[in-house]
Ligand binder design. Structure first.
Ligand code: BGC
Length: 540
């Protein structure tokens, strides 16, 4: 799965903002990379105070991106290339500019008044539960026109919808139906734990209404049987199963969840050069119901959220990957891309992505990571990692023909990550480039269904420091993976696997290893990795 924001991907009409036609023009690039599902960040009209996560019309596309006609064409063209498209569904809140909120605040008699969450008095939990500490100071704000307080889990310009209201529930289903009817393959559901909160003034820990998720799942399934719900629920691991739901052993709420727990532990493991946190993550992963799946990621469009690590662990990650105050955000995270965090060390970048892609679940890759883009810390907040895609060494990185000052965000044009050094065209011409490596790895992954469909387990035998061995067992056979998170070359003894092995071979590795077939003496270079097919099942 590949995610991008239309406004920073490709600008076809030269107005400085990426658009749908620009994206259509790049679908072949995505197909060649091996992408089979595209997740688009919010596409709707929006004042863009939170990069589109503040919607003013759920039934349209942002006019800067094009028209609904362009969007239908995108779905058709993507489908032709075997790419499904899912869109962000942001229904925890609307923009305060949305006509529903404008009407709701104008009068207690507005038909939309009860679509939002109000309190006549100042709620005692007014200063609790902020998602963006530092940028957000309260979760209840007084609205003078409404003469009441409204609730907003996120910024004050994002009033929460009241999802206990049956009319709001129906409207959300209608929104989903609309986009499914147009041909999207599902939704990345934003902020799901907050959508299902039964918010009451003064209660900072409201109940969660999981039945609403069951309702949405049923609705989506009736409308399009193969559509997916991929939820953002950044909660403790023991709370995750309820989001999948369980009806006779099968998931009956969302199909997929982002694995935030793994993300934090991966960052810790990379910082410490020690696989232990990943081993813990594998051990602590709750069992999946039938039809459930994880979505793994190293970087997304937000900060790296380290809030589930201990203070000491968080400090270790900060020390390695966010040593300067300016690289950190919200008292819990890092606003950087992966390549700069790993000092642009190609070995470590490959290692990190090889590890992510070989673990259970569906890997999600963010635009620009496949060429090793960097961040621009001079931009505010999370914008640092939302700069335009670097296509070539033409002006504006080939992203747009507009005057540079008209660009939606400046392109990175300085230093090691400037577009003269990091761009698609350059890497296209170099068969040893990071881009070429990603293409090869993704192809290999697609030939290894054990990883996505099988079970992933840590191989618990004595290992040299820094080395992780894990295996994936699925209907098509068994694969074994070695990842050396440390800098020192290592030799691994996996002879216990000998009885299961049938001519083990590397299907992907950081280099050619001569020890093929000898499981008792497997070498793995410092920051090296090996994907070994141990056994292929010819029938299952
Ligand atoms: C998205 C953020 C967004 C927030 C509010 C999130 O969880 O990932 O980018 O700011 O929801 O909609």
């Amino acid at each position: 799965m590949y995610c991008l924001d239309i406004d920073t991907f490709a600008d076809s009409n030269g107005d400085g903002v990426g658009d749908i036609q620009g994206l259509i023009g790049r679908l072949d690039y995505l197909a060649r990379l091996g992408v089979t599902c595209l997740w688009l960040h919010p596409i709707h009209p929006s004042p863009n105070d939170d990069d589109g996560y503040d919607v003013t019309d759920f039934y349209n596309v942002d006019p800067r991106f094009g028209t609904l006609g362009d969007f239908a064409e995108l779905l058709h063209q993507a489908g032709n290339r075997g790419i499904r498209v899912i869109i962000d569904l942001v229904v925890n809140h609307t923009s305060d500019q949305h006509p529903w909120f404008q009407s709701a605040r104008s009068s207690p008699d507005s038909p939309y008044r009860d679509w939002y969450v109000w309190s006549d008095r100042e709620p005692a939990d007014r200063h609790q539960g902020m998602v963006f500490p530092g940028e957000q100071h309260e979760t209840w704000t007084y609205d003078r026109t409404a003469k009441a307080w409204y609730y907003h889990r996120f910024y004050r310009f994002q009033p929460d919808l009241d999802t206990t209201n049956p009319e709001v529930r129906d409207e959300i289903k209608k929104i989903m139906s609309f986009w499914l009817q147009l041909g999207v393959a599902g939704f990345r559901m934003d902020a799901v734990p907050f959508i299902i909160e039964r918010t009451e003034p003064g209660d900072p820990n409201p109940d969660l209404d999981f039945e609403f998720l069951t309702e949405l799942r049923q609705h989506v399934q009736w409308r399009r049987g193969d559509a997916i719900l991929l939820a953002e629920a950044n909660v403790e691991p023991d709370q995750l199963p309820a989001f999948f739901g369980d009806s006779g052993g099968s998931a009956n709420r969302v199909h997929m969840l982002f694995d935030f727990m793994l993300n934090g532990r991966l960052m810790l493991a990379l910082a410490r050069q020690d696989p232990e946190p990943v081993i813990e993550a594998l051990r602590d992963t709750p069992a999946l119901p039938e039809g459930g799946q994880w979505a793994t990621f190293l970087r997304n469009h937000d900060e790296i959220d380290l809030s589930r690590l201990t203070a000491e662990q968080r400090n270790q990650v900060y020390e390695h990957f966010g040593p300067e105050e300016d690289m950190r955000i919200y008292d819990r995270g890092i606003r950087r891309r992966l390549a700069p965090m790993l000092n642009n060390d190609r070995r470590r970048i490959e290692l990190a992505y090889s590890l992510q892609f070989s673990l259970r679940g569906t890997p999600v890759l963010r635009y620009g990571e496949e060429i090793g883009m960097g961040e621009d810390l001079s931009l505010p907040g999370r914008e640092a990692i939302r700069t335009p895609m670097q296509w070539s060494y033409e002006g504006n990185a080939g992203f747009s023909r507009a005057e540079p000052e008209k660009l939606v965000r400046p392109v990175i044009d300085k230093g090691d990550f400037g577009y003269d050094k990091v761009n698609v065209t350059l890497q296209r011409r170099d068969r040893n480039s990071l881009l070429a490596w990603f293409e090869r790895m993704i192809r290999t992954l697609r030939e290894a269904p054990e990883i996505g469909f099988g079970s992933t387990t840590h191989i618990d035998v004595p290992m040299p420091p820094g080395v992780l061995a894990h295996r994936a067992d699925g209907p098509t056979g068994t694969m074994v993976f070695l990842h050396n998170l440390g800098a020192v070359d290592a030799e691994v003894d996996l002879s216990l696997l000998q009885p299961e092995a049938e001519l083990p071979i590397d299907v992907l590795a950081d280099r050619n290893y001569a020890d093929i077939g000898k499981l008792d003496k497997l070498n793995v270079a410092g920051y090296g990795y090996r994907w070994i097919r141990l056994r292929r099942a010819w029938s299952s």
